[in-house]
Design a protein around this ligand. Structure first.
Ligand SMILES: [Zn+2]
Length: 432
């Protein structure tokens, strides 16, 4: 792409050291942002390509820190059930039938949806992860991938751990650095303690972080206390999980003591408000977590419990729901919600130089069409992005300096084909 200059744009930088909103230009040299600031005539002479950004608002690409992309194949298949019934009676029997082709079809469907709604980086925990790695590589996405392992039946533990370890080793820092990996015991209630310790050992040897589900439901917390005599945070602390850099999904049911432990251990939390509401799991204690200094980012979880991957919805709901629950309209201001979806998301998954529009940072950004009634008047673009926007307002997406969507056209995948393959996969799952 060489040197590209975007002029006359509105840039929401998410950079505390710059104004949050800059009207002017952004220059990038291949995959790196080299300038952001006022329009300057001399920049035009340096640029190979000049894009007129009039009417567009540019912001860092959104980071989705928890999900299971292939499960988009089960969108709408089972709704309005509680987590255990939904998981054990509906999801697992269908997922047990997933072939490599199904994982690819579901993942490609999710990637298409994510790009179209402005997500540039995502976390994926699933099975048959080589398919996911290949899909990320060819579509130009950025992702932090992990083979989620369930510790039962015990006879399969060894083979699954090897598969997860091989995947993590083989794919870490591949696709030009766009793919990183982690190790994932699925959850404290799906893995015996000695197995979780083995996963921690493997993560230590590979020098990789750990990602797991924790305290999503009250029932799961009660079960942990019944089985092991302690709540999940203390349980995972004892098993050494927090000795690694760690990202927890959900963390809905926490005591003050547990929040203090997470803060002192520098554990990151992926908050998944839509999924937690849909499965009636509860509302996480986000304000307390943030006050304690825990780094919190946002995730959709899978499209089977959401039922879309539009991160604008998670950002908006995060700003709204914690006001309602706390009775305090200042609880999560718009800028904080947008940070959780961008820069804090990137930091949560240890991405260097991603998540802000700043010189020296990666050219991972999106453009939103501001020439629409719901963005008028131009009072405050941060407010508009959080309270008025949706993923369908995104027109352009650039990841690592490569355009993957221009003027709403996907450039790295064939959308019609992706939708056809996903529908065909779903029909196949019903028939098998
Ligand atoms: Zn999940």
């Amino acid at each position: 792409m060489a040197k590209t200059l975007i002029t006359n744009g509105t840039f929401v930088t998410m950079d505390d050291e710059l104004p949050i909103v800059v009207n002017g230009s952004m220059m990038m040299d291949n995959d790196v942002i080299t300038y952001i600031g006022v329009n300057k005539a001399e920049l035009r002479d340096l640029a190979d390509i000049i894009i007129d950004g009039t009417g567009r608002c540019y912001l860092p690409g959104i980071v989705n820190t928890h999900g299971h992309a292939a499960m988009s194949l089960l969108r709408g298949y089972a709704d309005d059930l509680n987590l255990q019934v939904w998981l054990e009676q509906k999801m697992w029997p269908m997922e047990g039938k997933f072939t490599k082709e199904d994982v690819r079809a579901g993942t490609m469907l999710s990637i298409a949806e994510m790009i179209r709604s402005g997500t540039t980086s995502f976390v994926d925990m699933y099975d048959k992860m080589d398919e996911v790695g290949a899909a990320v590589e060819e579509t130009g996405m950025r992702a932090c991938l992990t083979r989620g392992i369930i510790g039962y039946p015990v006879e399969l533990q060894q083979a699954k751990l090897k598969e997860a370890t091989d995947f993590a080793r083989n794919w870490h820092r591949t696709a030009g650095g766009r793919i990183t990996t982690m190790m994932s015991p699925h959850a404290p209630y799906t893995c015996p303690p000695d197995f979780i310790e083995k996963v921690v050992d493997a993560a230590t040897q590979l020098n990789l972080p750990i990602h797991t589900h924790m305290s999503e439901t009250q029932k799961e917390v009660d079960l942990n206390v019944q089985s092991y005599g302690v709540r999940p945070v203390e349980h995972l602390l004892k098993l050494g999980v927090f000795s690694r850099p760690c990202l927890l999904a959900h963390a809905v049911h926490l005591t003050d003591e547990e929040i203090a432990i997470l803060a002192s251990q520098h554990v990151h939390v992926s908050h998944n408000p839509v999924s937690n509401l849909k499965l009636a799991s509860g509302v996480a204690r986000l304000v307390k977590l943030r006050q304690a200094g825990v780094l919190v980012s946002l995730g959709t979880d899978s499209s089977a419990s959401n039922n879309n991957l539009d991160m604008f919805e998670e950002i908006r709901l995060t700003a709204l729901i914690h006001k309602g629950v706390s009775g305090d309209p200042t609880a999560i201001p718009a800028l904080d919600a947008l940070k959780m979806g961008t820069i804090d998301g990137a930091r949560s998954i240890w991405l260097d130089h991603v998540g802000m529009l700043r010189a020296g940072y990666k050219a991972d950004f999106i453009a939103v069409d501001m020439d629409q009634p719901h963005f008028v008047p131009r009072t405050d673009m941060v407010s508009h992005l959080v309270y008025s926007a949706s993923g369908s307002d995104v027109t352009d997406v650039c990841i690592d300096g490569q355009w993957v969507m221009r003027k709403k056209e996907l450039l790295t995948l064939d959308l019609e084909r992706v939708m056809f393959d996903a529908e065909r996969s779903f029909q196949g799952l019903l028939e098998r």
